[in-house]
Design a protein around this ligand. Structure first.
Ligand code: TXA
Ligand code: MG
Length: 327
């Protein structure tokens, strides 16, 4: 399935397909999503088949605007309304108690539902045209890197998706921040472009952070230890050790792909070095496509120089920790 430029005609057609229970991949500001009518259990089941994702992993329902919150959630706390007013449309998903009508296929059998209004003109036009909620995980196979371009979707899902809307490369590049507001205390489930301090400012309360990947278990698949992974063995390494690590690889006659941040290692016959942007926003935008490009090369392993720590880098480091092993 070749991507189709997301003009008005293509979006009309996409909305029709969704109404018929078919699958449409579409761009959001974070990553491309694989969408189905969230009110149609059979269509939603097909998402899981196509992705190869276990059926107990819940999906985020995408909405055209915050007024639709109450079509999907009950006992919506004041905090959720404030976050929606501040950050929607935008890269924030909220977990809320679900309405009885929300199909269990969407929520992985849980009593909560994930909701978000994406900030992408194509996604918003599609949502308005369709009218209902669109359940959409990232449009990749289970445990693989999320697609940030229409061609990545084609590469991941081939003929198994009924339409791929091309809306250009995604601005943000990593998946949305997820906050769980269904319990007594707001909890961060996944980091993203919207940071903890930004959320806390609106919540006016501290956000509970995940204590460790292990403890969180598989409630959110984005939190499993090996996730978002390239198919080549990928390792991360501090700036101080990267030069030595590369030397070791070349001594073993290995071909390596490098994602560099500060250090300079020249490319050579066996070394394919890629320099990553300095700013976290630009780094995030590039990350998945850079990993995907390296994955396509005839290399034996991927080495990633660790970028800085700190709040602005939290989502990037989180994804790198899931895509790579420590060297
Ligand atoms: O940026 C994004 O959120 C993208 C775009 C397409 O919107 N979507 C995305 O979906 O990343 P997915 O399915 O790849 O990741 C959604 C995450 C999963 O880790 C899932 O477990 C979690 O959200 N999630 C969804 N509903 C949930 C719920 N009711 N309770 C806990 N976690 C939930
Ligand atoms: Mg995903």
């Amino acid at each position: 399935m070749k991507p189709v430029v997301a003009d008005d005609a293509a979006i009309d057609y996409a909305a029709d397909l969704l109404r018929k229970g078919r699958l449409v991949a579409f761009p959001t500001e974070t990553v491309y999503g694989l969408g189905a009518d969230a009110a149609n259990p059979e269509a939603v089941r097909r998402i899981f088949q196509v992705k190869g994702r276990p059926s107990n992993h819940p999906l985020i329902v995408h909405l055209a605007d915050a007024n639709q919150l109450d079509d999907w959630a009950v006992e919506v706390p004041e905090a959720a309304r404030r976050l929606a007013a501040r950050f929607w449309p935008g890269p924030l998903a909220m977990i809320l108690n679900k309405k009885a009508e929300v199909p269990p296929e969407v929520t992985g059998g849980q009593q909560t539902v994930g909701l978000r209004v994406p900030d992408h003109p194509v996604a918003l036009r599609l949502l308005r045209k369709f009218g209902g909620g669109i359940a959409a995980p990232s449009a990749n196979r289970f445990c693989r890197i999320s697609p940030t371009q229409a061609l990545h979707v084609q590469e991941e899902l081939g003929e198994e998706v009924d339409l791929i809307l091309d809306g250009g490369p995604c601005e943000v590049g990593v998946e949305s921040t997820i906050i769980d507001l269904s319990g007594p205390q707001p909890r961060l489930l996944r980091s993203g472009k919207i940071t903890v301090p930004e959320l806390e400012r609106v919540l006016n309360a501290p956000l509970q952070l995940p204590s460790s990947v292990q403890e969180e278990g598989i409630r959110a698949p984005g939190m499993m230890a090996v996730h978002y992974a390239p198919s080549k063995p990928a390792y991360r390494c501090s700036a101080e050790h990267i030069a030595e690590a590369v030397k070791q690889c070349t001594r073993q006659k290995l071909h390596v792909g490098l994602l560099l941040y500060r250090e300079t290692v020249p490319s050579s016959r066996r070394i394919h070095a890629v320099r990553m942007p300095e700013q976290p926003e630009a780094y995030a935008r590039r990350l998945y496509s850079a990993l995907r490009d390296l994955d396509h090369l005839r290399i034996d392993k991927i080495l990633v120089e660790e970028p800085p720590e700190g709040e602005a880098w939290r989502a990037i480091n989180d994804r790198l920790h899931k895509a790579t092993l420590p060297l």
